[in-house]
Design a protein around this ligand. Sequence first.
Ligand code: PRX
Length: 651
Amino acid sequence: MLESNITEKSLKELTESYYSIDSLANYIDIYRISKEDPVDFWNTIAERNFSWRKKWDNVLNWNKEEATVKWFEGAKLNITENCIDRHLATKGNQTAIIWEPNDPSEEAQHITYNELSSRVNKMANVLKNNGIKKGDRVCVYLPMIPELAVTVLACARIGAIHSVVFAGFSATALASRINDSECKILIAADGSYRGAKKLNLKSIVDEALEECPSIETVIVFNRVNLDIDMKAGRDRWLDKELSYVDDVCEAEEMDAEDELFILYTSGSTGKPKGMVHTTAGYMVYSAFSFKNVFQYKDNDIYWCTADIGWITGHSYIVYGPLLNGATTVMFEGVPSYPDYGRFWEIIEKYKVNQFYTAPTAIRALANHDIAFVNKYDLSSLKVLGSVGEPINEEAWNWYNDNIGKKKSPIVDTWWQTETGGIMISPIPFVTPTKPTFATLPLPGIQPTLLDSDGNEIEGNGCSGRLCIKYPWPSIARTVYGDHQRYKDTYFSAFEGMYFTGDGALRDEVGYYRITGRVDDVVIVSGHNLGTAPIENAINEHPAVAESAVIGFPHDIKGNALAGFVILKDESRDHDNLQKEINAIISSQIGPIAKLDRIHFVSGLPKTRSGKIMRRILRKVSSNEMENLGDTSTLLDPTIVDEVITEVKAVL
Ligand code: PRX
């Protein structure tokens, strides 16, 4: 680890600059202080940078045995007063959100803080008129349109808990998320634009709602003018609802630990986990991390290309930027429409200063003619970000050379739905970057590597399982309705520590590089997919006896999925079966979970105790046949030869 050589700076001076790190020496000192006295550190940040209706009685209440964490207990606040109201006096006419539509010929929206305030308050009144109160769960199933950000904030305004479901998920996935948290209302759109395609979202909603008894009302925004069914007594048009309300809605007074939102993430087993984030801690950390990781300065234009359906969109399109009074760009479309220059065109159009995207998008765009990049003036860029999966060296260099022109530092940000905010990342112009390394933890974050026996690995130049030793304000508090699952998943592998599920290495200077999941979660195009739910979907096919799904390296997507399937009925035509299996996966989970390869085999490599040795399937699928490791515990080693033959046939 880097050591501080600045000792004479007064504590007062440092305290004042906690919120904004501007040099390596400053980072080192602030990091040290945050480690020595985390409670005082977060107390200071919370006190100086937010507006509270009442201050807290206690900074941190942490019970290791029960895996419960509470931050800023006793405080009263509303996060929307921090995102919107407190900026109105000085920034009312500044743009809060720039919305860029899918079709570049459609008019963009520049929503000022004043307008955002009015739209959020109106939407909050619509929710109230429809019977929504503090604590009710609101499911939001919307494409990347301003109404999505507005609805999220409207929920927070009245203390309702938002549960955003990515609008690419299938009816089954939507229904299971609605039912898990018993949402009372659903906010949806008739359809969405995705490049040249028009998708019908309302038909997905209608199908999902056949299984969702808790939903009383559906509010529908007309985005693409589809001819849809509106169910009498249940479905209402948003435009009409908005016409009944005014734009004044008093913000609900929330306790620090009141639930702000639920966001579902894949687990390595069974159903998705509804990660619960609460109000004050999430606010403090999303704001603090945004400010530092992007070095956002007044009047900058910041753009994150994620969807608000994922945590990146929650923390770094909506909350983090708005808490800092920033201008945040929201893009409805895809990087390939109308052509592969769309991202770069938008950067030129709005003179974007900070650009945050995913390695999968970088790799896909790097595969096209560089003329798509060189056509545009990218000189406004100051900081480039990457998130969601490890960024390989080639993609890092392409991003650095062609987009950043070697002058914009790349922040490779490691974090998770569960962490609420960026945990390990360079701070631009402060931390020297290194390709493929997320580098150093943000202040307040204490990562450590553990060996398989659960011992902390001391020193540098080592690798192990990545854990976090001490709570931070935006750690997810529980899995909705299932605290035992939260304890088992995150706090039981290594006593008293949060286990991330990732493996990492620490180089000679203490920089971290995330090497990937060590559990049965695969990151495909930056999307976190559990293999178990995909296997469950495959097994629903009547011809399937058993299946195993694994991830293997893919040039563009980072990882792709392969399924090994044992059939009950060997006589079935394999081509048709492949299509049918992918159709089931698509309808149960969504098209992102489709398998790139399906191998029909007569058996799976299993241990004597019946556990599938996925490691072997992974190695074979990654074309590492010579390096299969210990196979001595296999029940039937001949299966491996069959698996190799099947995989070689498609390589
Ligand atoms: O494996 C890590 C990978 O994405 C996982 C978290 O996925 P999710 O909860 O969907 O959140 C994604 C956006 C924050 C992690 O456990 N991951 C995320 N960022 C990185 C990463 N892997 C390597 N490098 C990263 N920068």
